[in-house]
Structures are given as C-alpha cells and as structure tokens.
Design a protein around this ligand. Structure first.
Ligand SMILES: Cc1cc2nc3c(=O)[nH]c(=O)nc-3n(C[C@H](O)[C@H](O)[C@H](O)COP(=O)(O)OP(=O)(O)OC[C@H]3O[C@@H](n4cnc5c(N)ncnc54)[C@H](O)[C@@H]3O)c2cc1C
Length: 394
C-alpha cells in the first residue's frame, strides 16, 4: 500500500536491473532476459556497492574467476568488506541480480565487470546454494524498499551470464573488449539521467505544489491581512523553487536528448561522446539533486509546523530526495569528475584544438568589460551567457 501511495508501485531496482541488461548485454542476452523480467517471471536487483567500497568502484572485492573446464564463472565475496551492501529489493524480493565483480581469467585480473547471478529459487524463493542475503535494517526513508546485503560463496554461473555487449571472455579464456573499460559503469550514467526526473525534479514539483497551495489558504493577523503568499518573504522563499522546478524540467529533456544521441553512437561502437555524456550526467545529477534537496527543505519550512507533520508529505519528500545526493555516485565525487573534464577541455581549448560541442565556450571567451550599459540590459539572457562564459574561464 505504501509503495502504491508513494508512486513506487513497480520494483525500482528491477527497472535498473533491466536497464543494465539493455545497455550492457548482447542481443542474445537481451532476448533471453528482458522478456522474463518484463513479465515479472524474475525480480532483479543491482548489486554494485560493497560494505567496504561504494565510490571507489575499482576497489570492489567480489571476484568472478573463469573456470575454463566447466565454462563457468565462480563468484565469491571473500571477506566481510566484500559483502554487497545496499542493493534495493535484495533483502527479500529479488531472485536475480546484476553483480559487479573483479574478473579473473588464468589468474589475471581484468577489472570490474557485470554478471547476472540467480540468488533465489524461482520455485520456492529460497536462497540458492552458496548465497546469503537479507535486509540491511532501518533507514531514513525507503522502508518499503528492502535494501539488502549479499554474500556469495563459490556460486557458479554460466559463461553466458557475463554481460558482454562490450567485454567478453571467449571459451578458450581470451578476453576481448571494445572501448574503454569504464563502459561497464554505463548503467550508472543512464540511471543518473533517468533518476533526475523521478527522484529529484518531480519531488520538488510536489513540494512546490504543496507549499504554494498552503500559502494561498493560510492567513495571519488582521494587521497583515491576505494570504501568506502575498508576503514578499514568502514569495522570495517559494517562487525561486518553482522557477527551478520548471528549469530542471527543461534541463532534463535536454539531457535525455543528449543521452539518446550518444547512446545511438555507442551502439554503433563509437564511444567519442562518452566523456561528455559522463561529465554532463555527473555534473547535472550533483547540481540538480543538491538544489532540489535544499528547495524541498525550504518548502517544508515555508509551511511552518504543518510542514513538519508527516501528513503534509513534505518530510517524506525531504528524506526521499536527500538520498538522491548519495546513490548513483555521491555528489562530491561527481562534481570532481565534472571539474576534471572541464579542466581537461580547457587545456585542449587553450592549445587551439577542438573540444566537445557543449564546451566550445571555453575557447570562444571574449576578454573585456561587461557589455551591459543600463539596467534593462540585465534582462537580456545573452548578457548572462557571456558573463558565465567569462567566469568559467577565469
Ligand atoms: C537509499 C540508497 C539506495 C542505494 N541503492 C543501491 C543499490 O541499489 N545498489 C547499489 O549497488 N548501491 C546502492 N546504494 C549505495 C550507494 O550507491 C553508495 O552509498 C554511494 O555510491 C556512496 O558510496 P559509499 O556509501 O561507499 O560512500 P563513500 O564512498 O565511503 O563516501 C563517504 C564520503 O567520502 C567522500 N569521498 C569518497 N571518495 C572521495 C574522493 N576520492 N575524494 C573526495 N571525497 C571522497 C564522499 O564524498 C563521502 O562524503 C544505495 C545508497 C542509498 C543511500
């Protein structure tokens, strides 16, 4: 019931499981797994984070060792810190998971790769041999989602269960890869873009609607008649948040178009747009989720004590949205990654070489004074664009 009321009717991680297979799986893997998942004949989860490592993905300790004699991978979480920790729907629901593990072939490590692992029986839902899993316990929100832990001990899966659109282990143990190894984290890029709307912008829209409607009916003393939305201070609190919700809605559409274009190229095995897409999805995810979290808090406080009541739904929206600053890449790290991309592009632009289309402003900056001559000039968007270009290159 809680899931239905909060809009989380379908298993959230099931969709991320399907998305991982769609973007990282071969045509054969998509044909095998996606129909089963879309008909809910299995329930999927996404198991990347471990107790010991979340941000530092290269440090993941789960292993997948290729056994050439049986053509299987043997998966292990060799120590406590390697235990998968946080995967949504893992605690009670999932029957399968995309598990990220260090790939070993002939004792050589090839880095982190995604594998489809069955964790519960499709007959009686009991845990499969070698699998230990359960719920990680109480959280700030998402009580209706069974975030879980997962330990694996010599769990064998067929060679075909390594998601192999871009990386593959051939029957003789030869490892083949197309593009950068970072392509294995591409699910995160796609999820980052998808979550902006559902997990940040829509909660902000809901919070604005609740707070503004409240401000239209709430009245104060006779000395200050009228609705509280007439007060300048209330407008200064709420209207920027409403404007931001509209702006982020448009930004989200732009990001989706950029993603569709880049993904078409990636499917043709052209990875040129990947760094730009990664920088965009990281930077905007961090900026939008951070802003939306602060904005929802402003909406909550703008409703006074009634905002703090769970009946207003604002505390729920706040504790939901704050998590979006953490999952799919903690915001500090994402900002640092975007900064690294910008600095790199700036150095390239300084030498006169071409840079990705979104950052050509780094090469086109004009030095000199602000072109605004009177106050009306400050209503011209091009003045702001030029000023931001100037600031960015300073
Ligand atoms: C509600 C929720 C749902 C989740 N669902 C899933 C799921 O379904 N599947 C899954 O796999 N995971 C899931 N996660 C886990 C989530 O992806 C991780 O928590 C997240 O990636 C951060 O990793 P961490 O917790 O290990 O934090 P850490 O990496 O330990 O970060 C701790 C602090 O150190 C800072 N830090 C770390 N590295 C650096 C650096 N290089 N430079 C500067 N500062 C640094 C960070 O900014 C942060 O402030 C979920 C988390 C939450 C909260």
């Amino acid at each position: 019931l809680h899931r239905a009321l909060s809009g989380d009717v379908a298993f959230l991680l099931h969709r991320i499981f399907m998305r991982s297979i769609s973007v990282l799986g071969s045509n054969e893997q998509i044909a095998k797994w996606i129909p089963l998942a879309s008909q809910y004949k299995l329930i999927g989860s996404y198991a990347q984070t471990e107790l010991g490592h979340g941000t530092y993905i290269q440090g993941l300790e789960t292993t997948a060792v290729f056994d050439i004699t049986t053509q299987e991978f043997i998966l292990n979480t060799p120590k406590i810190s390697a235990m998968k920790w946080w995967p949504g729907d893992m605690g009670r629901s999932a029957t399968h998971a995309v598990v990220f593990a260090q790939l070993y072939v002939h004792s050589k490590c090839y880095g982190v790769h995604p594998f489809i692992v069955q964790i519960r029986s499709l007959q009686n839902h009991s845990l499969c041999p070698g699998v230990t899993a359960g719920d990680i316990g109480p959280k700030m929100n998402f009580e209706h989602i069974d975030n879980g832990y997962l330990m694996l001990q010599n769990v064998r899966i067929p060679r075909e269960n390594m998601l192999n659109k871009f990386c593959m282990v051939q029957p003789d143990g030869t490892y083949v890869r197309q593009g950068s190894q970072k392509i294995n984290y591409f699910t995160m890029t796609t999820v980052r873009i998808a979550l902006l709307s559902d997990r940040a912008v829509i909660p902000l829209m809901k919070a604005c609607t609740i707070a503004i409607r409240y401000s239209v009916v709430r009245r104060q003393s006779k000395l200050k008649p009228g609705k509280i939305l007439d007060y300048q201070t209330q407008q200064e609190k709420l209207l920027p948040q409403l404007a931001a919700a509209y702006a982020f809605h448009c930004l989200n559409n732009f990001l989706q178009e950029l993603f569709d274009k880049a993904y078409r190229e990636i499917q043709r095995k052209n990875f040129d747009m990947l760094p730009e897409l990664h920088a965009f999805s990281s930077g905007f995810k961090a900026m939008v989720t951070q802003y939306c979290t602060s904005a929802v808090e402003i909406c909550l406080r703008a409703c006074g004590g009634h905002g703090y009541s769970s009946l207003s739904a604002l505390p729920y929206l706040y504790t939901e949205i704050i998590a979006s600053c953490l999952y799919e890449g903690e915001n500090t790290i994402l900002l640092l990654q975007t900064a690294r991309f910008l600095i790199k592009c700036f150095s390239i632009a300084s030498t006169g070489q071409p840079v990705p289309p979104s950052v050509t402003y780094l090469a086109a900056v004009k030095h000199g004074n602000c072109p605004a001559k009177n106050k009306l000039d400050f209503l011209r968007p091009d003045i702001y664009t030029e000023a931001y270009q100037h600031v960015a290159t300073r």
